[in-house]
Design a protein around this ligand. Structure first.
Ligand code: ZN
Length: 202
């Protein structure tokens, strides 16, 4: 597995629509595992294939307090409901975050790496992450959801934790906002919740 470079704005691939995946083969899974490595190395919560230059409908997600990784192929948001303000960032727009509106919950469907259909209701940070990553597959970035009065908030350049007992391997959502600079998504005070159906690889 390998770390791939993450494309950043204004790379045009981030604005293109990814294509539906017709076949799940070893090449696709290789890409998925590379995306997992890339996301983890960047301390992100999610990554879409566009972000590594592949126009395929493939996303990976790892919630801050979960060791398992979710791989979703041809993901679809079937239903969205409600509206809430969340703080969001993106690995392709490093150094910034902003307040935007996301759904309160969604119903989601995708295929996992074993070609099994998974379908579930998601809320909190999982629904936020799924909306964010599915947007990527449609060439949409979180900044497109910003209202005019909202501004991009610069994130302090990497604040090192003062104490050294911080295991670098598992950054969690308990970090203060300013150290979330490299995190794909971050929601203040949100308690990421497990949901019924999800793909786990480990
Ligand atoms: Zn993103």
């Amino acid at each position: 597995m390998a770390i791939r470079p993450i494309l950043e704005l204004p790379n045009p691939v981030l604005r293109q629509r990814a294509k539906k995946i017709r076949r799940i083969d070893s090449e696709l899974l290789h890409l998925a595992y590379d995306m997992v490595d890339t996301m983890q190395q960047a301390n992100g919560v999610g990554l879409a294939a566009n972000q590594v230059g592949e126009l395929k409908r493939l996303i990976v997600i790892q919630l801050p307090d979960e060791e398992e990784v979710r791989i979703y192929i041809n993901p679809e948001i079937l239903v969205r409901d409600g509206e809430r303000e969340v703080e969001e960032g993106c690995l392709s727009i490093p150094g910034y975050r902003a307040m935007i509106k996301r759904s309160v919950w969604i119903r989601f469907r995708a295929m996992d790496h074993s070609e099994k259909i998974v379908k579930f209701k998601a809320e909190d940070i999982l629904s936020q992450a799924l909306e964010h990553e599915v947007d990527h597959l449609n060439g949409i970035l979180y900044i497109d959801h910003m209202e005019e009065h909202q501004k991009l908030i610069p994130v302090e350049p990497h604040d090192e934790e003062e104490d050294g007992d911080n295991e670098h391997e598992h950054e969690t959502g308990s970090h203060p906002p300013d150290s979330a600079s490299s995190t794909g998504l971050w929601t203040p005070g949100d308690d990421p919740r497990d949901t019924e159906a999800s793909l786990r690889i480990k």
